[in-house]
Design a protein around this ligand. Structure first.
Ligand code: SAH
Length: 441
């Protein structure tokens, strides 16, 4: 989400004449886009802010803007007191406060009077919001496209609904316009984003849904692949799964967080499903796409999680054979239901022990899964060159490195896999096309 928000803002700023600088030390304007989903992310943002305070002391004329979940929908007044050197505060996905500030202060076009400045600003950014910043044109092979903003679910551990506001879907026409623009600039793969992306369109009341949107996106010429994230088990319809299974460009890759493998913990998290209900969703996915890559999110050490409850989650990893677990230790977030009413009673060392135990197990599972791919040919969409090797992903989102003399950026290349590890595959470009779903495990 932040990656997409930063891209939208960069393009708008370029339309106003700003150019990109790699270092904050030489920039007139610095925007810090923040995440606060865990304390660690927030600490990182605060460290950056302290560094920017020093830069601003040396160059008081520079503009500093703080964006994203640290600001949220209502934290700006508190933050202004704490970080008085910050000039502008911007909620997630909202570039207006900065554009207004630049306009008010004549910071994008000093030749004009205020009124024409305002109009020039609106005209300039009108068609640019969806474009890639110039440095990324022809370079970015993949792009994130938000389709549902905010979240209204209120899981007890989660700060996102408080910071990103109520759930709202973007109109299909805007999404398609954005994707067509991106594709025109070289993008080959898009990832449609939402906190509960499978709820897309439920706020429109006209039958618009994610399945229909995916079909329209898949029809965009020159676009090679489409993914979406994150799905909530309760909204994963058969219609959606059928469309994914039957539409070539839709990758067989589902992100569906379980968060915990024990019903009492799930209840305290207010996730709205039981382990058994989740299991049935997995069955429905695999009935249609036996080889689909199914990824999940898990939080260990949530309030009141006992050793036995954690072991339920651990054993479930064995049973589910997820293709990737995004693993996190529970982190108390201000104003959430858990922060207000549940003690954070799992010791930090114990949280780390659980995280590591599950992580080690998942590494073994992935090593075994990937080992099957050795000797097979997989289709790789090449993203970039990394230390002399081409780097890309399979339809199942597995990371592949391979060597080849040609410039293959943005190409679909069949790659013969020679070596495998838990998180990477290595090989060389094969001269034959992969079989449909080759190497899909
Ligand atoms: N909306 C999605 C994911 C959003 S946030 C969903 O909940 O299904 C990404 C991940 O961060 C979550 O899935 C969760 O695993 C993790 N997360 C959120 N709040 C957290 C917290 N307080 N402590 C640790 N991890 C957290």
């Amino acid at each position: 989400m932040n990656d997409a928000d930063s891209r939208h803002l960069s393009s708008q700023l370029e339309a106003l004449g700003y150019t990109h600088r790699t270092s904050a030390d030489e920039a007139d304007l610095v925007v810090l886009n923040t995440c606060v989903v865990r304390q660690q992310a927030e600490d990182k943002a605060i460290n950056h802010l302290h560094r920017l305070r020093v830069t601003k002391t040396e160059r008081p004329e520079m503009t500093i803007a703080l964006m994203g979940c640290m600001v949220g929908m209502k934290e700006a007044p508190t933050l202004k007191k704490r970080f008085p050197f910050v000039d502008v505060f911007m909620p997630p996905s909202d570039t207006e406060p900065l554009l207004d500030y630049l306009s008010d202060h004549g910071l994008f076009d000093t030749d004009r009077s205020f009124d024409t400045r305002e109009k020039a600003l609106r005209d300039a950014i009108q068609d640019e919001e969806f474009a890639l910043p110039s440095g990324l044109r022809g370079q970015s092979v993949t792009a994130n496209v938000p389709v549902v903003l905010g979240c209204s679910h209120a899981c007890t551990f989660c700060i996102i609904p408080y910071r990103r506001g109520a759930e709202r879907s973007k109109p299909p026409a805007d999404i398609l316009r954005e994707i067509e623009t991106l594709v025109g600039q070289g993008v080959k793969e898009v990832m449609l984003l939402g906190q509960i992306v499978d709820r897309y369109g439920t706020d429109f009341d006209d039958g618009t849904d994610l399945a229909g949107l995916l079909q329209r996106v898949a029809a965009v010429p020159e676009l090679a692949r489409v993914r979406f994230l994150t799905s909530h088990p309760n909204w994963m319809t058969d219609r959606l799964l059928d469309v994914v299974a039957n539409t070539e460009k839709l990758c067989p890759h589902i992100e569906i967080p379980i968060q915990a493998g024990n019903d009492d913990v799930l209840e305290r998290m207010r996730r709205g499903y039981t382990v058994d209900q989740y299991r049935r969703v997995m069955d429905r996915i695999r009935a249609r796409m036996p080889d689909a890559a199914i990824n999940t999110d898990i939080i260990v050490g949530f309030c009141g999680e006992t050793q036995e409850q954690f072991m339920d989650t651990y054993r479930l990893a064995e049973e589910m054979q997820w293709d990737k677990i995004h693993l996190a230790k529970y982190s108390v977030r201000p104003k959430t239901i858990a922060a207000r009413s549940m003690p954070d009673d799992v010791d930090p060392d114990e949280k780390e022990r659980r995280r590591k135990m599950l992580d080690d197990r998942q590494t073994e599972i992935l090593e075994a899964k990937n080992a099957v791919l050795q000797g097979q040919v997989v289709e790789v969409l090449v993203e970039n060159n990394h230390k002399g090797k081409w780097r890309g992903r399979t339809p199942h989102n597995r990371l592949v490195f391979f060597e080849d003399e040609r410039d293959l950026t943005g190409q679909l290349v069949p790659v013969h896999i020679e070596r495998t590890a838990a998180y990477t595959l290595n090989g060389h470009a094969a001269d034959r096309r992969p079989h449909a779903h080759a190497g899909a495990v």
